[in-house]
Design a protein around this ligand. Structure first.
Ligand code: KIV
Length: 272
């Protein structure tokens, strides 16, 4: 379906809700540094997520658990300096909001104050509702995250599709309605059956953003390194690679090494 696209000079949380109302799909991508965020923003991506996936793709950790609040603030402030149009959402990292609502609010305030971000994202539903409430009461927009929540990987044990069973699907639906009722502006649905994404998206007025959630989500998100093909080892079914940057970069860098070794670089024209 082709939809007349309204121009958004600056994307806000309200713009996203309007996009859902208008039937316009929302594009979201991760970025963690200034140079990448500049390109992503110029390409008119609606939402830039400074995800705690930085723990994997930027720092090389196996999970998202080790990244700290200070490190997230560093990444977020680099992104914010580059962005003119997109809404910038920042993940509250593991350990910065689970212990008590006051700490959750302190962490969210640090992100907003020290990075200049526009919103925060938290993983979970009912179990973190007091924290979500407190952050929202302080005027900080909150994006939820349900389904596969990587900060709980050791509870799940695997990264397989979530909420295939009725009981888990029912809880996910209840959590989505709860997050909407509390005032969250959007919810990420990660790695759940497409039929469940459809049901949830039709049951709430705030936009759902899918990653491995199928085509019925109101928007889609990918990790930028995966989209660009900078990673080789991660091959889930939901991932569409738009480039093979790993191979292109490897070739360019090998050529540089060869040129240095053979004294081809720098040439007469490339020196002073
Ligand atoms: O950290 C991240 O990149 C995320 C996305 C996978 C939604 O949370």
């Amino acid at each position: 379906m082709s939809v007349a696209k309204k121009e958004y000079k600056r994307v806000t949380v309200k713009s996203l809700v309007d996009m859902k109302k208008q039937g316009e799909k929302i594009s979201m991508l991760t970025a963690y540094d200034y140079s990448m965020a500049k390109i992503v923003d110029a390409a008119q991506v609606d939402v830039i997520l400074v995800g705690d996936s930085a723990s994997n793709v930027m720092a090389g950790h196996e999970t998202t658990l080790p990244i700290t609040l200070d490190q997230m603030i560093y990444h977020a402030s680099s992104v914010i300096r580059a962005v003119e149009r997109a809404l910038v959402v920042v993940d509250l990292p593991f350990g910065s909001y689970q212990s008590d609502p006051k700490e959750a609010l302190r962490s969210a305030i640090r992100i907003m104050k020290e990075s200049g971000a526009h919103a925060v994202k938290l993983e979970g539903g009912e179990e973190i509702k007091e924290s979500v409430k407190r952050i929202l009461n302080a005027g900080i927009p909150v994006m939820g995250h349900l389904g596969l929540t990587p900060q709980s990987i050791y509870k799940f044990g695997t990264y397989t599709v979530r909420a295939k069973e009725e009981e888990e699907a029912k809880k996910l639906m209840e959590d989505a309605k709860l997050l909407e009722k509390m005032g969250c502006f959007s919810i990420v649905l990660e790695k759940i059956p497409a039929t469940l994404t459809k049901k949830v998206s039709e049951s709430i007025s705030i936009p759902t953003i899918g990653i491995g959630g199928g085509r019925h989500a109101d928007g889609q998100v990918l990790v930028i390194h995966d989209l660009l093909g900078m990673t080789h080892e991660f091959n889930p079914r939901f991932l569409r690679r738009y480039m093979n940057l790993y191979d292109e970069m490897s070739e360019a860098i090998s050529n540089y090494v060869k040129d240095v070794k053979t004294r081809d670089f720098p040439s007469e024209e490339e020196q002073y």
